[in-house]
Each structure stands twice: as C-alpha cells, then as structure tokens.
Design a protein. Sequence first.
Lengths: 530, 211
Amino acid sequence: MSFNDRIAQGLESGWKVIDGARLTDNHTAEADVVIVGTGAGGGTTAEILAKSGLSVILVEEGRLYYQKDFKMDELTSYANLYQEGMSRTTKDGAIAILQGRCVGGSTTVNWTSSFRTPDATLNYWARQFGLEALSPAAMAPWFEGRETRHSMSPWEMAPNLNNDILRQGCEKLGFSWQVIPRNVKGCWNLGYCGVGCPTNAKQGALMTTIPGALDNNATLYHGLRAERLVMKQDKIDALQATAMASDGITPTNITVTLKAKHFVVAASAIGSPGLLLRSKLPDPYERVGKRSFIHPVNASVAQMPKLVDPFYGAPQSVYSDEFNFRNGVDGDAGYKLEVPPLHPAMSAGVVPGHGDEQAKNLAGLPWMQSVIALVRDGFHENSTGGTVSLRDDGSPMLDYPVSDYLWKGLRNAFYTMAEIQFAAGAKKVRLMHLDSDWYSSWADAKAAIDGFSMKPHRVRLFTAHQMGGCGMGSNPKESVVNGFGEHHQVNNLSVHDASIFPTSIGANPQLSVYALAARNSTRLAQRLKA
Amino acid sequence: MTDPLTLPEGQDSISLDRRSFLRTGLGGALLLGTISVTAGLSGCATSPAGRLGAVETRMDARYRFQFLTADDIKLFEALLPAILGSALPEQANARRMAIASTVERIDAGIHKFGPANQKELRQLFDLLNLGITRVTIARIWSPWPNVTTEQANGFLERWRSSSIGLLNNGYMALTKISNVAFYGYQENWHLSGYPGPPEWAVQALPQFRKA
C-alpha cells in the first residue's frame, strides 16, 4: 500500500532523516544549530531557524512513527510512543506521568486541546519573575501566529457525550463552560488522538513544523539519545549522543558527536533539566531541576443511564474554568475541569481495582463518563513544585511531593467533579481513590469525600503536563534562563520547551510552548544571522 | 528457589526493619536492592526466562521472555486469577491460554518500560518471590504455585488497604500492569464493551490495507 501522507512523501523526496538504529559507525556532524527534542518546542525552533537559512540538526531519543504505524491500538502505542512505555511515574510511584517519546514529542499523542496562556498567568509571571515582556498584549501576536500555523480553532462538531455530560452538569449548577480549541484539520472525530492520529488531521509538530524544517534542509536524527553537552572554555562545543537499537530503548555502542555554534535544548520539563544536570553545566545558584510543575490531576468516573461510548469522538471538546482562578491567581489551589477519553487499557490503568469487582467496573465502560481536574500548581508559597534529579544511570526522575495546599485543592476537585456528574444525571459516581466506593447520590459522595485520607498512593494521581525545571526569570539567582529562553551562564545555549515556565500554565500547555518557542526562535535567528 | 522458609518463633509478621522499609519508595530501594542480591544467591531464577517449552508456558513456545524470570511467571500465574476474576474464561484450556498470553504481554510491556522501571519491578518481584519476604511482607505462606486464588486475593486486599503507601504502590503496580495487558488486548476488548476502532475508518485508512 502506498502512502500519500506528509512524512512518507518527504522521506521519498529525500529528506535528511537518520535512524540511529541503522548507524554502524561513530560519526561527527556539524550545523549552525543543534536542537535536542522534536516536540512542540524543538519542532517550532527547527522550522523557524531552518527557514531563516540556518543549518539545523534535530535530535530525538524516541523513534519516527507516522501514519503507517498509527493503527488505533492502545498497547502498541503506549509501548512505543510514550516515555518508559507509559510506565513513567514520579519518584515515589504515586503520580503516573503521561508524556510522549517519539518524533513530535507529546504533540504526537496529546488530545489536541489548544489554549493560550491565561492572562492571569502571564501577569503573575511579570510581577513575580520580572517577565514584563511576556504580557498578554505582547504575546497575543505570537499566539495568533501559532494558532494559524497549527490550525487551532474551537471544535465545531457536537461534543461526544463524554464531554457533553461535563457541559450539562455545569449548566445545571450554573458553572461556566466553554468549547475547547483543537489543533486539527479535517478531523474524522474518531477519538484516537492519544495513540497517534490515524488520519493526519492532528496538526502537531509531526504534521507541521517537523516537515517544515525538513523541507528546509534540516537533518533529523531519531533513535538518538542526547547524553551530554560538552563545554570548551565558556561555550558548548558539542553534543555527545548515543544511538538506540530498533526497539527504541536499548542503547548501542555507536556514538554521534554533533557540533554547532548554538544549542537549543527542548527535551521536555523532565528531559531538559536531566540533560543540563548530566552535562554539569554551570548552575551557580542550583536552579536546574527545581520548581517542576505538573498540573496534578485527579479523576472521577460515573455510571450514566445512557450509552456514553467514551472511547469515540474528539477526546476533549468541553472544559470549565469555573474553579481555575476563582480564588485569585495565588489563592487556594484552582483547577481546570476537562474530560479524558476512555479506551479499555487506559480505563483499566486509571480505575483501580482487581477481581470480579474490576471485571464488573470495566464491563460498564460503554456507560462510563469521566471528569478530570487539573490543579494549577506553582502560584503559592505552599506550592513550590517538585525536583528533577538524576538516577545512578544518569536518567532523569521527578520527585513531586504533594503539599497540603494541593491536597486541599484535590479534595475540592473531588467534590466538584462528583457534584457535576450527579447534576448531569449520573446513576453512580466513584472517585479515583483507593477508599472510594460507588455512590448513588451527591450527599453520599460528599460525605465519603469528607472522610477520604488525602495521601500519596490512596489518591490516584496523574499528570500529562510537565513544566518548569529550567525556569525563566530576570534574576539569575532564581532562574535558569532569561525571558528569551537564553541560558544565564552559557552564551550559546537556549532552552525552548515547557521547562522554562516559572509556574504551571493553568491550561493544557502546548500552545504556550509553541508561542514562546516561536518568539524566542525568531529572536535567536536574528541573533545568529547578525 | 528453595522453600519454604519458616518464620522464626515469635517474629512479628512485618518484622523486617519497618522504618527502613517505610523509607523505601519503589525507587531508591536499599532494602529491596539487598533482596534482589539475596534472591540471586539463594537460587531464585534471576535471568529472563527466554523461550520456555510449550508445555511450561502452556501457550506459545515461540515467545521469548525478555524480562520475567521463571519465578516471576509462576507469581503472575498465581496472581492473575485473583486480579482478573470473572473476566477470565472458565473453561480450563481457554483459561490457561488467557493467563499465558497475558503473562507474555506483561513481559513485552515491561521490556518497553526501560531500565529504571525494570529495576524497580525486579525488586518488587524478588521481594514477592524470596521466601522470607514473601512470608513477612506479603504474608503468603506457601510458594506461589501452591497459592489459591482466595489467598492471592487476600494478599492483594491487604496491600490495597494497607496504611503503608509502599504496599499500596505495590498493589497498584501489580494490578495496573495486569489489567492493562489484559483489557487492552484486542481479544479481550469485548469484556469492556469496546467494539474496537470504527469499521468504516479501518476500511478507509491506508495503514490497515494489506500491501
């Protein structure tokens, strides 16, 4: 079968794409700029720099997967497209981390929600971190530009019932709700965004900026792990990288050395601090890996009287910000309400349980509806985030202690989610907590939540948004990079991903990453060509 | 491995230095690291089972285990009936096949977890396989092949309801790996009422057409 998709055509036309698993000898290559990571940040940077005429090398640890591989199968996709085969967690195992690991990064597997950075967040950054240049007015053209580039607009089709139940519950209770903007073009409304878009409708990095960069002569290595940046005097001289075998996880003994005038790290909020730490780059105030944020997520599931089929249809199309900034930007923890898609493996992983009871729970999947709450972390003195450090083998891990401040927000979110589901007509509701039963009334659920022990492991927690760890700010004593993503200490290093956020965003972060990377890459291109 | 190890007279059921145990996350585990070494020295199978004979795996002699050891396989064969409950077929042969293929997918999944999480699972599985820790921490008195579904269920319930976060974490690791490998598999989709990808889309998309 021949494929006419953007990637297959590009490969056919002679794009410079090198599979680390096929390398047989150590080698060295050189470009104006080496970019580590091919997600929202790396892809944007690569396209802008390559179009400006600079020579660019992109490095991706994961492999290149595209339409031919996207067969709407959870197990294959989780194993190949996600960090640690979807088993990544925080250090204590209490928070499951959903994060992409493939060309396109998390944009290849995200659920397409495309929000601008909230004004309240940008204004907080201006006040707290000296980032006045990132005001809502100054950022507006960058958001607009990226909304065009990635075909982002509010979802025009009717939401699936899974999402509509969130809308119905909010309507009943007088909570605000909105339609989610999505980055899709010609979407088939299938519901498989999280396992690699089977139709190429999703306009993530894989369908936009990566092809844009490769069309402009960039080189892409995939299956190549960035080990360390090597300094020579006060500058980075080279990136040392290791080729991975075709399983994507076993390192080979092939080494690639990539030299450049400038290096851009965009390896994610876990990967980027990890690379900087492994490289032992100057960090006089020990800021690398600190203030890592994750939008801690808790969840509630409901049994609805009607078939929901939560596995079909655009996974996220309705949200509520009723509780996100209700207590002010820096008051009690706020949370955004959204809906997750529920396919069998995802549901089996999210809903805790075993035995006959679990069999019964999952047999009810077609009638199941779920709401998730994304807690806005990093805006309060009792929410200072987690820490990325290195394991003995040099791999990065995130330690994220959940503070009492956040537990309070998570408990409030449990109340809200159950109340919304009952208001929308749920027969029963179960909170994702090891002590939760199915409750058949809002009063019962409320009483049970009052008594929940809010502790790691008992509360089931997730994160799909990793941010911070190389925070930006005007004061080098409190940050790793400046407001343009330029490293405070190393002149030829920039960081262009979600790791530079000084707090969480308060919304799904992809557009924030695209917009900042576009802004900072435009500046970088001017600087390098001067 | 050699069994059974009996508890010394009067020893509390969780008498291993409890505080050091509590400090141990599934990561950075000094105690568990020690257990892995001990497991190796005491004759536990510590290398991947590789290809097992068709009789032993009771399914596909071609499957090559990359992570699970022979002892780990016995552990899952004992736990899966308790974890999957009535979702497993009743008919004996179908049941054996379902368990064996789930164990294979668990192995394939763990291979993709990468070294760091594999190390943690190795510690968890060694803890459950080594007689002394199996008895003291899991409170399972006989080797896994002799454990009934009720006993396995009792163990899962204890770890689930424990006030020790690490045991809750062990419960989640065992059940999550098993549930995902089982319910996520195409042949079991019907158990969660999932019809699979819409047929019209499968018909229309090039990646599903034969070359």
